[in-house]
Ligand binder design. Sequence first.
Ligand code: GDP
Ligand code: MG
Length: 174
Amino acid sequence: MEFDHLMKILMVGDSGVGKSSLLIRFTSDTFADMSSPTIGVDFKLKMVNKGEKRVKLTLWDTAGQERFRTLTSSYYRGAQGIVLVYDVTRRQTFTNLSDVWLKEIERYSTKEDCIKMLVGNKLDLESERVVTKKEGVDFARRHGCLFLEASAKSSTNVKLCFDELVQKILETPS
Ligand code: GDP
Ligand code: MG
């Protein structure tokens, strides 16, 4: 299919935060409560329209390798956008963003102008929340990321998260 832009976008973050669920919600508008790491796909394709332009997204997911805290350099290579995901009900997944994942991104990503979108997922579990929205906002500001809280389950902000990321990538000269 014809397209004007081709973008590589990565999902990054601890195991279980909902990376695959966010991708499946975005690409197929479904949610599975019992998803297993094997559901993790290598990548999915999605066409989006931005004004007159057709943008073809290649969305890269892990198939469970992130449990060992190492994604290979080829995973990061050439990415224009990275979705950094944590779980608002698990503090460790938030602290690992700076302790683990941002370090990996710095080490491996080949584009300095790679755009990052921070996503606090599982917003539907408000009563179990331990990471406040303000902590997310502050982290995003400190590390130059876009930021949204979302829920793959209820579908809140999922489309918006990819839309804002794609929009920012298009606006950023490469
Ligand atoms: P991944 O390891 O980061 O790819 O995480 P998964 O997408 O496999 O999700 C891990 C678990 O969290 C699964 O049981 C999902 O059903 C669940 N999950 C994912 N997103 C949400 C969400 O927004 N809300 C709730 N309540 N559960 C979610
Ligand atoms: Mg997964």
